[in-house]
Design a protein around this ligand. Sequence first.
Ligand SMILES: Nc1ncnc2c1ncn2[C@@H]1O[C@H](COP(=O)(O)OP(=O)(O)OP(=O)(O)O)[C@@H](O)[C@H]1O
Length: 261
Amino acid sequence: MSETFFKIKHANVWRGDVLALRDLSLSLATDQSVAILGANGAGKSSLLKLMTGEVRAEARPQTSCELFGERQWNLEELRHRIGLVMPEEVARFLPDEIAADVVLSAFRGAYGRTGDMRFKAAEKARASQAMEDVGVTELAGRCFGQLSSGEKRRFLIARSLVHSPEVLVLDEPSTALDFAARLAMLERLRTVAQGSGTIVLVTHDPGEIMPEIERVILLRAGEIIADGPKRQVLKSDVLSELYGMKLRLTWSKGWGIVRPA
Ligand SMILES: Nc1ncnc2c1ncn2[C@@H]1O[C@H](COP(=O)(O)OP(=O)(O)OP(=O)(O)O)[C@@H](O)[C@H]1O
């Protein structure tokens, strides 16, 4: 059943003294995966942080912000419903954390330090499967701090998938992944989107918008400049303007292919 998991009206979001999102109104539902594109500093990460309860909109009479229909929420509960892959998550784990524990900690909505936690056999099995899915089984016993950037990123992707969240929020998830790992991740995300999961993907690469993602939102300077079906929103001239260079977009089997024009 479709549910609106994120609904904002007239939201201003300040990051320090920067107005990162300007009077934004948006509604996202669980039956529709979405990709969010925009140049550096456009406000994409700020929008994701609003979606995951990490930042709040400025309190104004005309503003409302609801997550799963609630205006107040419990962050830990939210963590179970929304899986996250954000660049800054890497720094939330201590370097001597065992990599497998990074994945397991998702079951408790915690960032690592699983020594005092007890996990059921089924949870351990799911963590093992998630690590296998992203190809890091061999590294499970290593210290998190001793992994490469791409390996850490793979563990964080496994962590985000382990409890099958209703919504998976990904901020440039392929950063630091090698070519094979990127393709494997996209295939894994396609499986999620084909099942019961909803994907919210922030990316700089229109070529990462998998066929299962039909809706695309373009952000510029904290405002939504386009929102709709991807073939209507993503056009060569729009992308050229967004990224400030002449680009040509073609489509093949639901994937966009972007090249310099
Ligand atoms: N912690 C912060 N303190 C002050 N300003 C911030 C902070 N985080 C973000 N900003 C500013 O808010 C604006 C939006 O930033 P945001 O990270 O949301 O953009 P983005 O679209 O995700 O960018 P990128 O593609 O570079 O990751 C930018 O002008 C940025 O400099």
